[in-house]
Design a protein around this ligand. Sequence first.
Ligand code: ZN
Length: 271
Amino acid sequence: MNAEHLKSSHFADYLRACQVIYDLKSKTKVEAFEELLDLLKENQLIKNRKPVLTRVIAREQLESTGIGHGIALPHARMDTGQDLAVAVGWSSEGLEFDAIDGQKVHLIILIVWNPVIPGLFNHVFAGIAKFLSNATYRSRLFQAGSGEDLCKTLSQIELEIPEMEDRIIHRAGLLWKLQEIELQKKKASPKEAKEFQAQSDLIRSELDSALVERFDRFMERYGFAVAEVQHGVCMGCYINVATGMGSAIEGSNDIYVCENCGKFLVASKSE
Ligand SMILES: [Zn+2]
């Protein structure tokens, strides 16, 4: 483990109990963002709420950060003078989040990350994803009786250089979205194109650079980089995908690559 650009690789160093709201008052996700950003402002971890809120919402509109299991990881890319500014909120009622599994979100981990530090986003998300993929840790979080409890459990997260497996969690949807944006950008007026470029940059900033390079190579060569799988067939090359891969892709947001044509694969959007 070597996160040499970070001041610390322990999530605990970025999260104190005062950055946790155990009983969110909010009834909607935007209210929850506001409530959590107010907390960051009070703790002087951000200067102004508004620009951060705008970014968090813009990111949320691209793809819900509700990652399933009642957990959401909204985030904004912004230089706040720190590596990370983290706020955690718990809603016992749960909030509608348009999450990947359709469930309400109870636990929100909001992160403002500094783009000045190379690879920071991947460090943070690989660490959190690895932690949250563990059912024991998840149930400990959901049984927490106080903000201190939540804070203590989350403090066990270590930020790490992502393994390929961690890195591919919940990224396929973003690549698909990126492709849609790039295709729309081509047909857009110069003014609209600017807006699409801003959305494109937002997604690119949080994807692994090797993924983005591969994506761009395919876009340039073939006009598209991400292909749907329909009835076990890659729509990029019309060849059956590897046995088992088709069903693995179904209902998953992990990134798979067609073994025949090399394009990124997503489950069919039209079925
Ligand atoms: Zn293919």
